[in-house]
Design a protein around this ligand. Structure first.
Ligand code: FMN
Length: 267
């Protein structure tokens, strides 16, 4: 039985082939929601951002920016409008990953080409993907240094207020935040879906889904029970609740209008 693989799936797994330090690091990922107050060492953030910038990016357009918030007062203000999550206050740095089309608008103006394509949903999606890929590179690099991270979709709770706080220009939108710092506790590896639920060979095949998801639901509940949190619902219940109605999205239900106000018409 391979320990990191088995921990990831919450049950014994063995696979042929070799593991590597990078694979083991990826398999050991866990979100960190409690941080020690020490700042990052000099040069650390810049090294991590170099790793982020090394991610693939659509057509090398690099349509994202990162606003690093370390000032405690500003962090507290960000936390207050991001679902009031304490982990944002605790982490020495909170990185706001932005879809950023403002640089391309500048290029178009400089080259006098027009920039109609910026108004299309495709460009918003491209910039959100660019931001996510950069963030995940940064996250893995951070974990390789013993740092912890937690993505924060709560940063989309009040996008207009956050844009104002961070002084974002038009065509820039915080897609998500990323808390970064030294973990106060080791955290727990959360089991993932059985692999044959996400990996399809040649064509999509959802035969066996009811059994697979029932099994995963049981595993997820057993995982919580082992942590002394038996009151938490399994994956099916938790996931269904998240999509039961628009109310479950809170203020994010009006994202389309908000994006338009921030300079993304999404044609
Ligand atoms: C885009 C995104 C947004 C997230 N937003 C939050 C958040 O606002 N608060 C939080 O505590 N965790 C957040 N998470 C962390 C997820 O809850 C976590 O990744 C998931 O439960 C799996 O757990 P793990 O990362 O420990 O494996 C977010 C993750 C992603 C990818």
């Amino acid at each position: 039985m391979e320990q990191p693989l088995s921990a990831r799936y919450g049950e014994p797994v063995d696979l042929p082939g070799a593991s590597t330090a990078v694979l083991d690091l990826l398999l050991a990922h866990r979100s960190v929601r409690g941080y020690r107050p020490e700042p990052l060492p000099d040069g650390c953030l810049e090294r991590l951002v170099a790793a982020a910038q090394s991610a693939s990016t659509s057509s090398n357009l690099q349509t994202y920016s990162i606003v690093a918030v370390a000032d405690p007062e500003r962090k507290a203000a960000v936390a207050a409008i991001s679902g009031n999550q304490d982990l944002i206050r605790q982490a020495p740095v909170f990185l706001c990953f932005c879809a950023d089309l403002s640089r391309l608008a500048f290029a178009a103006e400089r080259q006098d080409t027009g920039s109609e394509a910026l108004d299309y949903l495709e460009m918003f999606l491209m910039s959100a993907l660019d931001a996510a890929l950069a963030a995940q590179n940064l996250a893995v690099a951070a974990e390789s240094l013993g740092l912890g991270i937690c993505y924060v979709g709560g940063a989309r709770s009040q996008p207009l207020a956050l844009a104002e706080l961070l002084k974002l220009p038009p065509r820039v939108f915080v897609v998500f935040g990323l808390a970064l710092g030294w973990p106060a506790e080791p955290g727990i590896v959360k089991g993932r879906l059985p692999q044959n639920e996400v990996l399809h060979r040649e064509t999509y095949d959802d035969a066996g889904r009811p059994e697979r998801l029932a099994h995963y639901d049981e595993l997820s509940r057993a995982g919580y029970a082992a942590q002394g949190r038996a009151e938490l619902p399994g994956w099916l219940h938790h996931s269904a609740e998240r999509i039961a109605g628009a109310a479950a999205l809170g203020p994010r239900a009006t994202l389309r209008q908000t994006l338009e106000a921030l300079g993304f018409p999404l044609q």
